[in-house]
Design a protein around this ligand. Sequence first.
Ligand code: PEP
Length: 247
Amino acid sequence: MARTLIAGNWKMNGLRASLVEITAIAGGVTPAKENVEALICVPATLLMQAADQARESALNIGGETCHTNEKGAHTGDVSAEMLADAGASYVIVGHSERRADHDETSEIVASQAAAALRAGITPIICVGETAAERDSGKAIEVVTGMLRDSLPEGASAESVVIAYEPVWAIGTGNVATVEAVDEMHNALRSCLADVYGAAADLIPILYGGSMKPDNAGDLLAVKNVNGGLIGGASLKATDFLAIYAKA
Ligand code: PEP
């Protein structure tokens, strides 16, 4: 059975003053909550301080993307080794905003995930369909294809996390229906079973897309939903902890 992961994604939000939210979240997550992990992925500028503030708590801190290489002439980029050195234990790869804004293909995402594993941190591999792809009835085909192409070679089931994030639900307030989430997560689980066999059951599959305290209970109750990737509602400790409390 997969562990549950409640993960926040701050995106390009947060100045040093926002780190009070990290302290509040770190104070609200409990190591005694069995099989449920909490994580906040922050901008690279805040990572080291966020990790320091979370050190004595059960809160994990992660990055939002990484380069495929360990080091070198890539001005402005951050490697997975740098994230690990700054205190990250997870990194998001293949978020739809990175795929759209930076032309990150599934092949690149697979290399980023491999880079995360090389650095000893867990990649959260994001996949999701656009509204047009859903409207044309191709959502399952598109998203399972993306997943297959985004998985790093040679990874074990214990070392990866998947996030299903319909692009049309991210930051819009439009949440996928429980039925659509159920159908997609079942399809993703079978796809993972083709690659990892029975061990695929250990892989957390998160739902992301306008998850809020008032809809989290229903989404997290879906059979193959093992947590959430939460953007807007992770910026405030009270909202994030309210979602965490539902897990
Ligand atoms: C996200 O950033 O991955 C996300 C799901 O954002 P939101 O929760 O704001 O839709």
